[in-house]
Design a protein around this ligand. Structure first.
Ligand SMILES: Nc1ncnc2c1ncn2[C@@H]1O[C@H](COP(=O)(O)OP(=O)(O)OP(=O)(O)O)[C@@H](O)[C@H]1O
Ligand SMILES: [Mg+2]
Length: 247
C-alpha cells in the first residue's frame, strides 16, 4: 500500500532522510516514533507528495508518486487524507465550510455538502455543529473537525501528524479510539506520528523508529517492548541517559 524505497532528502543543507525504507501493508496502523527534528513529518510529507525525494521511490497504492504528472495529483489527494501537526482550521469559516472545503471547491451542490458534512461529523462523534466557528470549539473538538475534513473524501490512506499533542489524557484516548474506529470502518491504512507512548502502543499494528534518517526498527508493539536495542528501550521509557544523546 505504502512503500518508501531508499529515500534521501536534503533540506537546508542537512541530510534529513538518509536511505529511509519502509513497507506498510493494506489496513495497517503504522506508528512512527523518533526524536524531535528527526524527520518524521518530512517522511509523511513524502507520502502525499507535499515533498519529493532527492533520490529513491515513494509508492502509494500501486504508483510511484514521484513520477505522477500534475494532472494525476487530484486522484492522489482524494486517496490520501492528512491531519497536520498544526492542524489549523480556517478561523473565518464555520464548521460546515471547513469540513466541506474540498466539496465547495468542486462545486458540489450545497444541500449535498451539508448532508455529507453531517454524516462525516457523526463518524468523528460530533453532533450538528455546522454553524459553529472554530473559536467556539475546544482543542479536542477542533482536532475532530480537522479529522472530519481529512476523511470527507473517504480516503484509503490517513496520515496523522501528532493527533493527540496538547490534549488531556481522556480526550487523547477518545482520539485514539477514533483512529482505531476509522481504520475499521473506512478500512483505511493509517500512518500516525506520535510522541505519546500510550497512544503508540494502543493503536499500532506495527511501530517504526526513525533514527538518523533511516528506519532502524520495525515491529509489533510487543516486539517493540521486548526489543533489546538500547536506543528503542531508552526512547520508549523516555530516559535521558543512554545511546541517544541528550541534545
Ligand atoms: N521545508 C523545510 N526546509 C528546510 N528544512 C526543513 C523543512 N522542513 C523540515 N525541515 C527540517 O528538517 C528536520 C526534520 O523536520 P521534521 O519536521 O520532519 O521533524 P519531526 O521529526 O517531525 O520533529 P517533531 O517531532 O519536532 O515534529 C528539521 O531539522 C527541520 O528543521
Ligand atoms: Mg513533526
Amino acid at each position: 500500500m505504502i512503500q518508501l524505497v531508499d529515500v534521501y532528502k536534503n533540506l537546508g543543507g542537512k541530510q534529513i532522510l538518509n536511505g529511509a525504507s519502509m513497507d506498510i501493508e493494506d489496513g495497517e496502523t503504522r506508528v512512527i516514533l523518533g526524536r524531535s527534528g528527526e524527520g518524521k513529518s518530512v517522511c509523511i510529507k513524502h507520502i502525499c507528495r507535499l515533498m519529493q525525494p532527492d533520490r529513491g521511490e515513494v509508492w502509494v497504492n500501486g504508483a510511484d508518486i514521484s513520477r505522477l504528472k500534475e494532472s494525476e495529483l487530484g486522484e492522489l489527494r482524494k486517496t490520501v487524507g492528512l491531519l497536520f501537526q498544526y492542524a489549523a482550521l480556517f478561523d473565518s469559516m464555520n464548521v460546515l465550510e471547513n469540513v466541506g472545503f474540498t466539496l465547495f471547491e468542486r462545486k458540489v451542490p450545497v444541500d449535498e455538502i451539508r448532508e455529507r458534512v453531517r454524516e462525516t461529523l457523526k463518524m468523528v462523534r460530533l453532533g450538528d455543529i455546522l454553524d459553529k466557528m472554530p473559536s467556539e470549539l475546544s482543542g479536542g473538538m477542533k482536532k475532530r473537525v480537522g479529522l472530519a475534513r481529512s476523511i470527507i473524501q473517504k480516503p484509503k490512506i490517513l496520515l496523522y501528524d501528532e493527533p493527540t499533542t496538547g490534549l488531556d489524557p481522556v480526550t487523547s484516548d477518545a482520539i485514539n479510539d477514533l483512529i482505531i474506529h476509522l481504520a475499521k470502518q473506512l478500512k483505511v491504512t493509517s500512518v500516525v506520528i506520535t510522541h505519546d507512548m500510550v497512544s503508540a502502543f494502543k493503536i499500532a499494528t506495527k511501530i517504526s523508529f526513525l533514527y538518523q534518517g533511516r528506519f532502524i526498527f520495525t515491529g509489533t508493539p510487543e516486539e517493540t517492548r521486548e526489543s533489546d536495542d538500547p536506543i528503542i528501550q531508552q526512547f520508549i521509557h523516555g530516559r535521558s541517559d543512554g545511546p541517544l544523546s541528550n541534545m
